[in-house]
Design a protein around this ligand. Sequence first.
Ligand code: THU
Length: 142
Amino acid sequence: MQLTEAEVAVLQQRAAEAARNSYSPYSHFRVGAAILLHPDVRQDGAMVAGTNVENASYRLTCCAEQAAIAAAVTLYGPQIRIRAVAIANLNGAASMPCGACRQTILEFSTPETAVFYPNADGETVSTTLAELLPAAFRLATE
Ligand code: THU
């Protein structure tokens, strides 16, 4: 089922709140991500947020989306499925999920997983993970 505008707004708000805790002394790009979990697996309506955590060894940086997913698995277990992800930043910039984050979201996605992110004009882009990551890599054993 599609999310209502109000549900998307709440998810975006949670993402923006998480971005306020961003640890980004190198890029100064303050990102937050909030995920809405699928109601099928018990945690009806649960939302979990994360922010980016950078490191002086730059490549060790953890993206906001990955932080949110790690927190959700920690809180609710390995069976979680993501109904929607909203991304926000406090820099007034576009922030679509990076390639690595798309692959990380895929791991817990369904064919309908929705993604909301701001474009460069601050407008919300509403899309799906399937659209953002076509021909995605999955293990053949799945
Ligand atoms: N970043 C995210 O948190 N999510 C993304 O999908 C793209 C990039 C963070 C990583 C780094 O801290 C900063 O944004 C600049 O790349």
